[in-house]
Design a protein around this ligand. Structure first.
Ligand SMILES: [Zn+2]
Length: 526
């Protein structure tokens, strides 16, 4: 009999990786997840390009890759005024799993998933994730549920807890206690949401696993960078136990509701060997001119202007989390009269734009673009000779998109595992690479997936992409898969192939409520 499920419960394990899970399971630290893995079809889930939060989770929720869903980084360049702006749910070009299910008459529950702000109008409950501008904003789609949570689950937060690496054990203890409380609160919130919605799909996203690993990876003690320090490992392990307990409660809820379980991470994790200075690489190749003494004033002035405007809005009522457009001048400190290429944003990828004067001459633009691709392909760690980038390509060729009109970089260069490309770098430092003690570990390409459903074929045999999970979920639920979804159904996870039906899928219409929330978030068009 082919598999079918009436419901699917997603455990969003941000940054979850087999590199950590395997040894942690073996040490008995996460018994609930270990038990899930024993009965599930599991394996590698490749991340998106680049492997960063908004891109990866949008690929998960839309079943599409970046050129189709339209999210390529945390930020984009608004072509009308050449400002840098944050990406958000309103810019996703294809319907998400939540919208597809809602259009099919089903209810959804989504707690804390990134790129769900401003929330879409769907049946059920959507609580936005860390990119929501504030607590009330996170609950904008379900204010009544918000009031229930504020009153009964005060530890619940949409925010990221680990902002830096704790310096002292006392500080670690305090943040670890908070982190564990947040994991528990997320399970509480899920149980409460379950009483309010007759959900077909529920997602509970544990973002703080990612930030915990970024800051404290060595204390997981799962590879050659592992350390043991009295008190420290115990605190980190306590957080993992709390995460596992929360996951256990969700699995119990899933079993009570007869739901399939899909554990998913948006990317893997591993030690960060170095941060890589993207604009520095361009400078070294003569494609960007560093600020000379005496010209730094203009850069500092634009940064100050941006900062002052942000400070001003923070002190307006309701302005706590507003993210205003930023000037490109304030993002990149370089001598614009002698600069060919620059990266105004980008983490874990080089996002390279051409100076408008260069971009407007087709021949010169082509030559420079080819040179930039070559530069990133050739970039090596001087110590080991390892490549710093997994790839480098032109957005026009690879994606068939016009980067100029879409506000996209002309060249994208995703980081190689172990290196974190960064646009943000002090323009007064000339170094190309540095180790950041605050960031001992970072994202890797290979994440994890584990599926437990009727008719599952257990074992570690899956090799899938993030965008395969949306179509697989729809197939499990017997809902038509929109034709535009690029992912494939993971039939190999099951004893018998899933029955699959395709259809046109819902059409994204203008959503006035979403637009209203967006204006509050970004301060509108300025
Ligand atoms: Zn991360």
């Amino acid at each position: 009999m082919p598999a079918s499920a009436t419901r699917v419960m997603f455990l969003g394990l941000d940054g979850g990786t087999q590199l950590a899970f395997e040894p942690l399971f073996a040490r008995g630290l996460m018994p609930n997840l270990a038990a899930l893995w024993r009965r599930a079809a599991f394996g590698t889930l490749r991340s998106s390009i680049p492997m960063v939060t908004p891109v990866a989770w949008t690929s998960f929720s839309t079943g599409c890759t970046p050129p189709v869903h339209g999210i390529h980084e945390f930020y984009y360049v608004e072509t009308s005024d050449r400002t840098v702006r944050p990406n958000h749910a309103g810019r996703v070009r294809v319907p998400t799993l939540w919208q597809v299910l809602s259009a099919a008459g089903r209810e959804v529950v989504s707690l804390n998933l990134p790129m769900t702000y401003p929330p879409p109008s769907v049946r059920g409950i959507v609580v936005a994730g860390a990119d929501a501008p504030g607590r009330d904003w996170a609950f904008a789609q379900c204010p009544e549920f918000g009031r229930e949570i504020f009153e009964h689950v005060p530890d619940y937060t949409h925010k990221i807890i680990w902002k830096g690496r704790p310096r002292k054990l006392d500080e670690l203890r305090a943040v670890a206690a908070r982190c564990s409380a947040v994991f528990r609160a997320q399970a509480d919130a899920a149980e409460r949401a379950d009483r309010r919605a007759d959900w077909s799909a529920m997602m509970v996203h544990f973002h703080n696993l990612d930030s915990l690993q970024h800051r404290l990876w060595p204390y997981l003690d799962v590879d050659e960078t592992g350390v043991r320090e009295k008190g420290w490992n115990e605190e980190v392990e306590g957080c993992l136990r709390a995460l596992d307990e929360a996951a256990g409660r969700l699995m119990e809820l899933a079993s009570k509701r007869d739901a399939a379980i899909v554990a998913v991470s948006d990317h893997g994790f591993g030690p960060c060997k170095a941060l890589v200075n993207v604009n520095g690489l361009l400078q070294k190749a003569g494609l960007q001119k560093r600020l000379a003494y005496g010209t730094r004033f203009r850069y500092r002035a634009s940064r100050l202007r941006d900062r002052f405007r942000r400070w001003q809005t923070r002190h307006e009522p309701g302005g706590a989390g507003r993210r205003l457009p930023r000037s490109i001048d304030g993002q990149v400190g370089c001598d614009w009269t002698r600069t060919v290429a620059f990266a105004p944003f980008g983490q874990l990828s080089g996002c390279v734009f051409l100076h408008p004067d260069v971009a407007s001459h087709a021949d010169r633009a082509d030559r420079m673009t080819a040179e930039i691709v070559e530069l990133f392909r050739e970039a090596r760690d001087p110590e080991t000779g390892d490549p710093l980038f997994a790839d480098a390509f032109t957005v026009a060729d690879q994606y068939g998109l016009d980067p100029e009109s879409e506000g996209l970089p002309v060249v994208l260069a995703p980081s190689a595992d172990g290196y974190q490309a960064q646009a943000k770098w002090s323009p007064f430092r000339g170094d190309l690479m540095r180790h950041d003690p605050n960031l001992p570990a970072t994202h890797r390409m290979d994440g994890i997936v584990a599926i437990d459903a009727p008719d599952i074929r257990p074992g570690g045999h899956l090799l899938a992409d993030l965008h395969d999970l949306a179509p697989t979920t729809l197939a499990m639920l017997g809902v038509r898969i929109p034709d535009r979804m690029e992912g494939r159904v993971l039939h190999e996870a099951f004893e018998t192939p899933l029955p699959v039906r395709y259809g046109a899928g819902p059409i994204l219409a203008a959503d006035p409520r979403q637009e209203e929330l967006l204006v509050a978030f970004c301060g509108g068009e300025e």
